[in-house]
Design a protein around this ligand. Structure first.
Ligand code: NIG
Ligand code: FE
Length: 413
């Protein structure tokens, strides 16, 4: 335990949702205190158990009365595509006139239409359009965001996207984790040559991304309108050869077995997974993967196939929840709405939903040891909420209950 003389901030008279155990519990500590020192959580527990010397007069600690409100870990959005050019409101209208997401993609719309707009945009323009999206999440209490590439689909533009994602961290106090998603769709110039495109992804883009240290993980969209299982494997092999962790867009519109394949590569997560079956779930459990649920895309595409929540529970696969913020399937930059949708659409309990954007969001990013929990030694990424009970975070949305936000011990809101 750190010496209380080193504490810089001490919250007293607060309740804690520590989220140290995602299994249907908030890890509540009521009438609690929490101390921050050098950007980390230095102490937490019942206020009555505070070490006796903390209140010595010569202390330089900033003591804050939490007035009975709740602290949670800073929120984690572990799956977004929030850097992109243009928007797809026209396709939204087309879908309302009866066209499906797949039909639009097959007719040259969908991801490749965002690719044209993203290629045309300069770094500065992409940064300017991404900033309000990230600002929205930050103001809702998000302290860590994952951002994928995947709308460049050539070396220059994939790198441009990843650079912009990195630059966002200079604009806002948010930790950014970047994922290389070169295998998101086939660019039109490779329309009938998927293998040729994957040569570029594996032998040109990925080595460059690694050399410039632009990504923390590699993702693939394995789907009928994306890449086949065999093609996905090629990208996984390339990621592995560079020691980069793997994530996968899998089982979103059909079941190709990508989650099981990813499990063979000890992937961090499989995301979407509406069509995931029990064999895939067992494989994910065995390799310690996280299931990332994306209720925004489910809602926006008016999907009817629910992800296999009961089976995920049965096999104790951790469930993360994320916005999937993107122009095509989830133009929604609201993590509180995801909490609500995870409960109303997927029937998660409020504590499961909150675990999905704290401890299990961290797990999906390989950050289990430093983020997503209120625990001694963890990063002091902390949100203070104007609520009387944690379930309120899932129950209502539209009124922002965030009262304060800390990133690495520094107050940022
Ligand atoms: O997560 N599924 C593939 N990728 C995105 C959608 C991208 C888009 O339509 O622009 C998703 O849903
Ligand atoms: Fe996605």
């Amino acid at each position: 335990m750190t010496n209380s003389k080193d504490w810089q901030t001490l919250y007293i008279n607060v309740n804690l949702a520590t989220m140290t155990d995602g299994s249907n519990s908030y890890g509540e500590i009521t009438q609690a205190a929490l101390a921050i020192s050098n950007g980390k959580i230095a102490w937490l527990g019942k206020e009555s158990d505070l070490p006796a010397d903390f209140s010595e007069k010569d202390h330089d600690v900033d003591i804050i009365d939490g007035k009975g409100r709740w602290l949670t870990p800073g929120l984690i959005d572990c799956h977004t595509h929030l850097v992109y050019g243009g928007n797809r409101a026209n396709e939204f209208e087309m879908r309302l006139q009866g066209k499906s997401y797949q039909e639009i993609a097959n007719a040259g719309g969908g991801i490749v239409s965002t690719v044209s707009a993203t290629r045309k945009a300069s770094e500065a323009e992409l940064l300017a359009s991404a900033l309000p999206r990230l600002t929205a999440l930050h103001q809702q209490g998000v302290t860590t965001v994952e951002i994928k590439s995947g709308y460049g689909l050539d070396t220059v533009n994939e790198i441009k996207m990843l650079k912009v994602a990195g630059l966002l961290a200079d604009e806002l106090p948010v930790t950014i984790k970047r994922t290389f998603l070169g295998a998101h769709a086939l660019p039109t110039e490779y329309k009938d040559n998927a293998d040729g495109y994957l040569d570029i992804v594996c032998n040109e883009m990925l080595p460059q991304v690694v050399k410039d240290n632009l990504a923390d993980a590699v993702d693939v969209f394995c789907e009928g309108i994306g890449f086949s299982l065999e093609q996905t494997k090629r990208v996984f092999d390339a990621a592995r050869s560079h020691n980069l962790p793997i994530k996968v867009h899998a089982e979103q519109l059909s079941n190709l077995g990508a989650s099981e394949l990813a499990a063979n590569y000890d992937a961090l997560s499989s995301d979407h997974i509406e069509f995931l079956d029990e064999a895939g779930i067992k494989a994910m459990k065995k390799s310690g993967m996280t299931a990332v649920l994306l209720p925004g895309a489910f809602y926006f595409l008016r999907e009817t196939q629910l992800p296999p929540i009961d089976l995920l529970r049965k096999h104790q696969v951790p469930m993360a929840v994320a916005t999937d913020a993107n122009p095509g399937t989830s133009p929604i930059h609201n993590i509180h709405l995801m909490l609500n949708m995870a409960c109303t659409l997927f029937k998660l309990t409020p504590s499961e939903a909150l675990a999905g954007i704290t401890c299990y969001g961290a797990k999906a990013l390989g950050l289990t040891a430093s983020k997503g929990q209120l625990a001694v030694g963890y990063d002091a990424d902390i949100a203070l909420w104007n609520i009387e009970q944690p379930a309120e975070l899932c129950y209502q949305f539209g009124v922002n209950p965030l009262a304060a936000l800390y990133q690495a011990g520094k107050r940022v809101i």
